[in-house]
Each structure stands twice: as C-alpha cells, then as structure tokens.
Design a protein around this ligand. Sequence first.
Ligand code: URA
Length: 463
Amino acid sequence: MAKKTKKKNVTKKAKKNSKHDTQAISTNLIIQKKRDGGSLTTEEVKWFIDGYTAGTIPDYQMSALLMAIFIRGFNTTETAALTDSMLYSGDVLDFKDITVIDKHSTGGIGDKTSFILAPIAAACGVKVPMIAGRGLGHTGGTVDKVESIKGFNTSLTMKQFSEQLKKKGQVMIGQTKEIAPADKKIYGLRDVTGTVESIPLITASIMSKKLAEGASGIVMDVKTGSGAFMQTLPDAKALAKSIRETALRFNKNIITMITNMDEPLGHYIGNSLEMIESIETLRGKGPKDLTDLSVELAGAMIYLAKKAPTLKAGVKMAQEALDSGVALDKFRELIALQGGDASYVDDYSKFPMAEYATDIIAPKNGYVKSIDGKALGLYVVDLGGGRKASADKIDFGVGFVTFKKVGDKVKKGEKIVTVYHHKHQAPIIKRIEKEMFERVFEIAAKPGKKIPLIIETTTSWSK
Ligand code: URA
C-alpha cells in the first residue's frame, strides 16, 4: 500500500477553533476582506477551509467567500494557501517506488478522453490512478459516465485503490472522503452557487486532488472555447500557467495542453452515449477529434512516465496500443476489476437509454459556423443527465448525438441532432427544437473558422 501522510489533524484543530467565541465575527471579517478586494493571509485561508471541512463554518458562509473569490480573484500566495489547505484536508498518498502519471481535464462537453487514454497508457506500462469528478456546471463528469456500466464501483477504499494501481496499472474512482475532502465539499457547493469558472478555485480543486493521489506527473488538458469554463484563450493560458506553477511548487512534472472546446468533442453527449462513443473509439472507429486528442494525451502520459524518449515517440506508442486492440482489452479488464459488467463493451443495448429519440432537422442550406457546446451541456442537465442540486440523481439515458462539426456543409431537411429523452419531457424538447438554430448551431453562407484541436503544449520538468 502507498505511504499515507497526514500533515495535521484538521478536524480536531477546526473543532478547537469553533469553541473560540469570535468565530462568527472572524469568518464574517474574512468574507468582508475578500469582498472588498483585500488579500487573505495563508492563516486566514487555512482557518476558513479547516473550519468548513470540519463543519463548523456553514455552507452559506463558504458560498459567500467563494463568490467573493470568484469576483475579486486570488493572488499566487492565496491560491497556494488554498491548494495546501485543500490538499492536507485529507490523506496524501506517496507511491515512492513507482512512477504514477495522471491526466485531468478542466472540463468540457463530450469530453470522454479518460476512458480511452487510461487503458492506452496502462497498456504502455504507465500506472494510471484516476480520481475523477462528477458533473460540474454544464460539463459532464467521468464518474457519472462510467457508472452507466452496471456494477462499476467508483468507491474503492484507499487500500483497494493502491493495490489495484500497483498490480493492474489502472484504477478509476470518484472522490473519496480520504482524498481532499475539502474539495469534495467545496466542489458540490460551487456547482450550485455559480462559482465554477474561477482560475484560483479550479487550480486548487484540481491540484489538491492530483497532488493527494500520489501522482509524480500530471497531464493537464486545459479546455478553451464556448463549451469550456475558460472561454477565452488568454484565460485558458492563465489557468494553464497557474496549474503549472502549482505542480512545480510540489515537485511534480507536468504537461499542459490547451485544447479546443469551441465545439463538443466527438459526437455523443450524455452519460451512456459517451461511454458508447468511447468504446467505439477504443475499437478504432471513433471520431477523428476524440481519437487524436486521446492519443496525444496518452502519449504525453507515456512520455512523462519516461516510457518514451520524446513526446512524439510517446504518441506513436499510444497509437499502436489503440490500433492493436490492446487498449480495448485493458478497458474490459478495468471494468471487470471494479465489479462492472464487461459485456457492455460488446453489447451497447445494455446501457440505460431513454425511450424516445427526436431528430432535429436543418431549416436551411449552408455551413456550420459555430456550435454552442455550453448550451448543449445545459440541455443535458435540463433533461436530467447532470445535476441542478447536489443531491440530484443522474439519468444516464438522456443526451444528444450531433451529426455536424464546425465547417461542415448542411442541406435543408438534413438531420443535425438526435435528442434522447423521456416521454414526459416533451415541453423541454419543444424548447430545445425552437432554440437549436437560434442558440446552438449557427448555419451561415460561409463555413466557420476551424480552430486547431491542440492549441499549445507546454512541458515542465520539476528538476
Ligand atoms: N475539474 C475539477 O476537478 N475542479 C474544477 O474546479 C474544475 C474542473
């Protein structure tokens, strides 16, 4: 089992703080300080996070601070303090003897690369420890998606997690109460308080989990565009830089890739649908953008693990693992290892699917100028495929299949989208049909500008 360290007993400390009769005032003063544009000290940040994790600071005060951070921002020292406090809110694994490489995405629409790159990288000898998220805002979550496979257990104990990683080279779980519990609580709160799209909050959220799971290297897919949290390239670059700086501060090797999320990745959006498209991609029959990005990210993991001498050589190894079918076998193995029904891989009818499929038809000839991925993601949430409140149950069977990409030619009467939904959702479907060509697909006389899939790759070695 990996060595676990816990820098301090957060719970005890926060409980002690709670007895302090000035707590309400102090909490309020910290919120006011940030609201008015002040910089918080490391002690203030730590005190607040410890108190929230221990339950002595309530959701409403944490929400207020999150909104103040969202609006006023955090400087580098405050972001570092936040990352530290969240990281050491739980156990920190340390796989001293093995090189463990993870990948994380800042979140997008149709982003399902984890299911493809994890088995590819594992097939190439990389140890892949995935502690993945649930849906956040308009973006879907890896854990919600993989749970559409019956029996797949995303709640392993830390002992099971470490053992499976060491013996089998790949593991995929959701956030546990041991790993960065502060993030688990704060993530759920941000999802329902409009405080997701913030560089310091995203940096601390991602890095606290990645650092705690014991990865020695991290590949970070920073999404930019209409379906991403960072909609502009300068914001995506700033987030990538913030994440790199944090990784280096903790002596971790990191590759950041800024990638295009101006249109959904692949064609399928929704939990079961995305699993089906991932498996098709592992069969070598996936869409080009999804295949290319998964192979590039897996190649970067192979390179960071020093299983390949260059990034290019890593990508070549990744492509070979995909083409030979070894990666698909590895994915079957992953499902079985975690108690899932691996026969889903060969029989897609087993995935939960909504009983209705409504086609949406192009109203005119032209070219696709743009696709608003965020709007599609929000429709999936409206249909029940994501959460509006933390306790909402996910509907695996709803979602979209899109048939066009930016730049494609469109003929009047041609099918552009199929929506999978339930009978009682007819009013939502009516609205989606009405809005599809007002808000989501812009059809124009000329094709839209195609943005490269991978915009910028930066490799930083810690030593
Ligand atoms: N992914 C995370 O884990 N956290 C965020 O805040 C955004 C994306």
